[in-house]
Design a binder for this molecule. Structure first.
Ligand code: IMP
Ligand code: MG
Length: 182
């Protein structure tokens, strides 16, 4: 049986658009005269990244990386694997990682360590959302959209079991324990 998910708007698309504008201005200011390589963490960052890069008129490049720590579960296993690596050489590049959400910090801190080994000139992090109440590993976020409460969020690229990525706003999923499509 498909239970009806209870979605409540947490951040409207208007607020998201304003934050994207602000972040793009900050990034453009900091990377003037540079050709940054933006690395999007799949899949959650793809909507955010698509909007963000169109507000940054710099000769930037994009690539993607896919990691797994969750599987279909909602709690981090604590073990992160690279499923699909970055194709662009990052040695000597100004790399900016684009994340959907920093939750426990386990995924992001693994990723930053992994990329740092390849000797980029600079390595910074842009995250659409931050859930600091859940942090287990410290992560420093250079460009942040929103701090969110300790609730499960979906929409604007962010999923629950692969659903809700297409929603325009960011919502809290109130009945996550009951949400099931099986
Ligand atoms: P972390 O390793 O715990 O920081 O988890 C990072 C990843 O877990 C994020 O990039 C998301 O893919 C996923 N995640 C964490 N919290 C949420 C949430 O509230 N909604 C959807 N995905 C989440
Ligand atoms: Mg993610």
């Amino acid at each position: 049986m498909v239970s009806q998910p209870q979605l409540k708007i947490l951040i409207s698309h208007d607020e998201i658009a304003k934050a994207v504008d602000r972040l793009a201005r900050e990034i453009k200011r900091d990377y003037l005269d540079k050709q940054p390589l933006l690395i999007g963490v799949l899949k959650g960052s793809f909507v955010f990244m698509a909007d963000l890069i169109r507000q940054i008129d710099l000769p930037l490049e994009v690539d993607f990386i896919r990691l797994s720590s969750y599987g279909a579960a909602r709690e981090s296993s604590g073990k992160v694997r690279v499923i699909q690596g970055v194709k662009t050489p990052i040695k000597g590049r100004d790399v900016l990682v684009i994340e959907d959400i920093v939750d426990t910090g386990i995924t992001t801190s693994f990723l930053l360590d992994y990329l740092r080994k390849n000797k980029p000139t600079s390595l910074k992090l842009c995250a659409l959302t931050n859930k600091p109440s859940r942090r287990k590993v410290p992560v420093s976020i250079d460009y942040l959209g929103f701090t969110v409460p300790n609730k499960f969020i979906v929409g604007y690229g962010i999923d629950c079991d692969e659903k809700f990525r297409n929603l325009p706003h960011i919502y809290t999923l109130e009945d996550i324990d009951n949400f099931s499509d099986s």
